[in-house]
Design a protein around this ligand. Structure first.
Ligand code: NAP
Length: 298
């Protein structure tokens, strides 16, 4: 098969090459997916997991890319829940060859069914930002209707999803970003916008939840805004400061079929009614299905 490979961390994306690679084989509980669309994150080549396996052994040449939408072409021994020919989307393992290839092997549990009315390109744009938003809001942040949430980078890929889902659940959303991000953040549903170039962050007042995609000084100052019992959720590593009387959580997104199913319902072209998708986790709210779009304009 053809695949994009990297061999030299120092060269970054300039070192990416299109090569012939062996087709992957499906291990126990895996499927092989023929890739129709793939998502690549710009910072991937800096992640240690792009270059090693779980025992920290070099695995170059590596195939990057972790988001995928495509069609199942093979099942591994014992694999259940998906079938050959099924349209799927999801996240490939951080430590295995990824999705910038014609075929990828993935654990079946990391994938969900992609409805026929959702394009492959849309499907491949959803998993990382959608799941990160979902897990940060509802599992780690335990967001509830009526709470005030500060969403940093509200016009970006993750922030746009966070903003839309937080509004959907009935929270009051304060989006942040640079001056140029104001309109996009408000369009995604933010009730207010804090311009980090010109406004004073501290004037936001107390919030129940901070969703931080920026970190650094912004993350540090945001800890002071979290009211008693609130949560600072960071997706950019451990926060430099913690709320005085609240929680600080940093996490890495995980694949989750039930959550992927909930998320994709929100971009369907022919179904904006309530979703019947099952929820495996007690912290996952049952939300009405509305239209989601990502920070990349889809
Ligand atoms: N832990 C996890 O599981 C996880 C999952 C997904 C993403 N991430 C990480 O989360 C971060 C955000 O990801 P993303 O995909 O949402 O990125 P993105 O699409 O680039 O969005 C980030 C947004 O924040 C804004 N921003 C960044 N620094 C800013 C600053 N100092 N002042 C004002 N606005 C600022 C950006 O504006 P500009 O474009 O103008 O800079 C952009 O709108 C990345 O570091 C990514 O690696 C972590």
């Amino acid at each position: 098969m053809r695949a994009i490979v990297v061999v030299d961390k120092a060269r970054g994306t300039a070192g990416m090459k299109l090569e012939e690679r062996p087709e992957p084989r499906a291990a126990i509980n895996d499927v092989v997916v023929q890739v129709f669309a793939s998502g690549f994150v710009g910072t991937e080549l800096e992640w240690p997991s792009t270059w090693t396996d779980r025992l920290d052994r070099d695995r170059t040449p590596c195939i990057p890319g972790h988001e995928v939408a495509g069609v199942v072409t093979a099942l591994g021994y014992g694999t259940t829940g998906l079938s050959v020919g099924q349209r799927v989307f999801g996240i490939a393992d951080w430590y295995r060859d990824g999705t910038l290839a014609e075929y990828v092997a993935i654990e079946a549990r990391n994938l969900a069914s992609l409805p026929g009315d959702v394009d492959f390109t849309v499907g491949a744009s959803l998993p990382i930002s959608g799941l990160t938003a979902w897990q940060g809001l509802f599992e780690h942040g335990r967001l509830r209707a009526g709470q005030r949430i500060l969403v940093h980078g509200a016009a970006g890929a993750v922030g746009a999803m966070v903003t839309q889902l937080a509004r959907e659940v009935g929270a009051h959303v304060i989006g942040s970003g640079r001056t140029a991000a104001r309109h996009a953040a408000l369009d995604f549903g933010a009730n207010e916008f804090v311009d980090l170039d010109t406004d004073r962050l501290e004037d936001v007042g107390a919030v129940d939840l901070v969703f931080d995609v920026i970190g650094g000084d912004i993350g540090k100052r945001s800890a002071g805004l979290v009211r008693a019992g609130g949560v600072l959720v960071s997706i950019v590593g451990p926060p430099a400061a913690r709320p005085t009387d609240g929680l600080a959580v940093d996490f890495v997104v995980e694949a989750d079929r039930a959550q992927l199913t909930q998320i994709v319902q929100r971009v369907r072209t022919d179904d904006c009614g309530p979703t019947s998708a099952p929820s495996r986790r007690s912290t996952t709210p049952s939300l009405p299905s509305t239209r989601l779009s990502d920070g990349r304009g889809r």
